[in-house]
Design a protein around this ligand. Structure first.
Ligand code: TRH
Length: 377
């Protein structure tokens, strides 16, 4: 894979050999994003860079939701799978590159092993569009009590960051499939009363709206709106123009394909948020809430980039809908929908332009491999 010049320039340190054995450490905070991002990265490193990758994870169930083999197997998709607790007890592996997922820490036996051998230790940070990320990507930090150095690796939306995860197979965006025959929507949000506002709007739509919701997603909100439990995969709920279908979870490839086949996507967290952008459809990001409303800063930083080149019609439609949803305001969300729907063609074109812009930025796995090569000593 071609490595963007920006990746290489920033880390110009003498190369001595190519690190080949990668270990990714992942602790699940909640939901599926920690496992999802680590798995996406692992698949790219193994599948597209031919590297030897082991994923150490503390909660296999979070991964097994979309990689069923991960519940018990020692290997899936060419990636070795190991339990975090095993590394706490004893660590005999000898990776060249250790990736600490989202600052989750490393078990003491791993730190002991790193002290004994040549390696690169990267801390994979959360994705943010905030401008300060440019200055922090790639900085070293000495360990407070051991002779070890960690390097901070920030994904991001500029050439000065580590970029975004993107498989070679991501298809060039095509025009939306929705025009004319109604709208297909995928909903992958957290619980949020504002989702009820959207369902109200879709129910009253002049043309059919077909909504797919993976089983268990936003189930309290859906139960409140439907007046009954949403049920298991296969269950369908018809409410006037709205056909709401509960669907099975798929693997990440299937999930990506589902987003690409929808005319509008509601996503959340980090990995699905990125995938909605590669799907190049109009979308709404239900950002993960943080204490002190820190998430609003992140949301605004993303919107500032996403809407920088947008027409007023697109910018107003996105801002009104996203703001109402973030405030968890059902009537305002329902009220924002008609303008969003009316701008669908322009929103779709904007989403394709945005995906094309992002595709010219560094690809995260390629950038990380280059970064590790330069720091391997
Ligand atoms: O599940 P998320 O909300 O995860 C997170 C965590 O809450 C985390 O603590 C937080 O810090 C982070 O968000 C910001 O959302 P995310 O990141 O979109 O991860 C979901 C993963 O599930 C993603 O890799 C896609 C995958 N998935 C499938 O592969 N198939 C499916 O059918 C579905 C529904 C999801």
């Amino acid at each position: 894979m071609a490595v963007p010049a920006a990746c290489v320039r920033r880390h110009a340190v003498t190369t001595r050999a190519s690190p080949h054995r990668y270990a990714i450490f992942c602790r699940v905070v909640d939901n599926h994003g920690d496992a999802g991002v680590c798995w996406r990265l692992a698949r790219l490193l193994a599948g597209e860079h031919g590297l030897d990758v082991t994923l150490w994870i503390d909660q296999r169930a979070a991964l097994a939701a979309f990689v069923p083999a991960a519940a018990t197997a020692h290997e899936a998709d060419g990636i070795a799978l190991r339990d975090w607790t095993d590394a706490e007890a004893r660590y005999d592996d000898a990776p060249d590159v250790v990736i600490e997922g989202f600052g989750c820490g490393l078990p003491a036996p791993v730190l002991d092993a790193l002290e004994r051998r040549r390696h690169v230790w990267l801390v994979l940070e959360y994705l943010s569009a905030e401008p300060w990320v440019d200055g922090f990507h790639g900085l070293p930090s000495p360990h407070p009590s051991r002779p070890l150095t960690r390097w901070f690796f920030f994904p991001g939306f500029t050439a000065a960051t580590g970029g975004l995860l993107r498989e070679r197979a991501v298809a060039a965006p095509t025009a939306s499939l929705a025009a004319g025959q109604g709208l297909d929507v995928t909903v992958f949000t957290y619980d949020n009363a504002a989702l009820g506002g959207l369902l109200d709007a879709w129910r009253q739509s002049a043309s059919p709206v077909r909504v797919a919701v993976p089983e268990g997603v936003a189930s309290a909100t859906l139960a409140g709106w439907l007046g009954e439990a949403p049920g298991r995969a296969g269950r369908e709920h018809q409410r006037d123009a709205l056909a709401l279908r509960i669907v099975e979870w798929t693997d990440q490839r299937g999930f990506d394909a589902r987003l690409a086949a929808s005319g509008f996507n509601l996503v959340r967290g980090e990995d699905s948020f990125v995938r909605a952008q590669w799907a190049a459809r109009p979308f709404l990001w239900h950002i993960y809430r943080q204490d002190g409303d820190a998430h609003r800063v992140k949301l605004d930083a993303f919107l500032a980039r996403y809407l920088a080149g947008a027409t007023p019609v697109v910018a107003d439609a996105v801002r009104a809908l996203w703001a109402a949803f973030e405030r968890e305001d059902p009537p305002a969300t329902a009220a924002a929908w008609p303008a969003f729907a009316a701008a669908h063609g322009a929103l779709d074109a904007h989403a394709r332009d945005w995906a094309a812009t992002l595709a010219r930025l560094p690809e995260q796995a390629a950038c990380l491999v280059e970064f590790a090569k330069k720091r391997y000593n």
